[in-house]
Design a protein around this ligand. Structure first.
Ligand code: MF3
Ligand code: CO
Length: 249
């Protein structure tokens, strides 16, 4: 079942999303060579709680971090660690989820540490673009597959791998709700979008092959070929005439 949220509920998801957004703004200033990912995770937890939220990731199916912090060939679900120290040339994805007044919001963003190489630059630039290319397809009365198809088409055009094992999702009362929002698909397929649906759109693209594997920690997902991955995600509400970003300013 796909939840339809009222305007009042969407306002609360937007408040939740604003905490998520502000947390990104706060953390991105802390990202520099020499900083551990545990420190970033600790600061994320403090920030979300100080703003009246709860880090949704913490304890989700036993996940041990406040947020997910994934570096270079890590696609998603990297766990902050005292042993992982950021260095010049890394790309790091912060995936932040907040529960506020009973509603979740979810947004991931990839950041560069200092100067990064051309391959990573290309990957980051086009993964962010792919998010907006997908979002542009969203409005009531249109099948969800159109956004998925556009993301896949855009990624392939720029030589990027589209991870298939991980998908976007509905979000609201629960962090993960129906429907799935894949980053691949066909036009004119999938559920018909309706006003009040709230979904997280999140292209996860790689600079190499699309295949992924799980590390021994049973959380971190990496590319099999070791190529870097990027991930950009917004929570959005479906409107009559388009979409509204809920994880922004
Ligand atoms: N934003 C992540 C997702 O949509 C949430 C991960 S939950 C966690 O998959 F438990 F892995 F942190
Ligand atoms: Co998500």
């Amino acid at each position: 079942m796909i939840n339809i949220y009222s305007d009042e509920e969407i306002e609360i998801i937007k408040e939740s999303g604003h905490i998520t957004y502000m947390c990104h703004q706060y953390l991105k200033e802390l990202l520099s060579p020499g900083v551990t990912t545990k420190y970033i995770d600790d600061e994320a937890g403090k920030f979300i709680c100080e703003h009246g939220g709860i880090p949704s990731c913490l304890g989700y199916e036993g996940y041990p971090g406040n947020i997910c912090i994934s570096i270079n060939d890590e696609v998603v679900h990297g766990i902050g660690s005292d042993d992982v120290i950021l260095k010049e040339g890394d790309i790091v994805t912060l995936d932040i989820c907040t529960l506020y007044k009973g509603y979740h919001s979810d947004s991931a963003w990839s950041y560069a540490i200092g100067k990064i190489n051309k391959e990573k630059e290309h990957l980051m630039y086009h993964t962010e673009k792919a998010l907006y290319v997908g979002l542009k397809e969203l409005k009531a009365g249109v099948p969800l597959g159109n956004a998925s198809a556009r993301i896949e088409q855009y990624a392939k055009k720029h030589g990027l791998g589209v991870v298939r094992e991980l998908v976007g999702h509905g979000v609201g009362h629960e962090l993960h709700e129906a429907p799935d929002v894949p980053n691949y698909g066909k036009y004119n397929t999938g559920v018909m979008l309706k006003p009040g649906m709230v979904i997280a759109v999140e292209p996860m693209l790689t600079a190499g092959k699309r295949d992924v594997a799980m590390l021994d920690d049973d959380w971190t997902i990496v590319t099999q070929d070791g190529s870097p991955a990027a991930h950009f995600e917004h929570t959005v509400a479906i409107r009559e005439d388009g979409y509204e970003i809920l994880t922004g300013e």
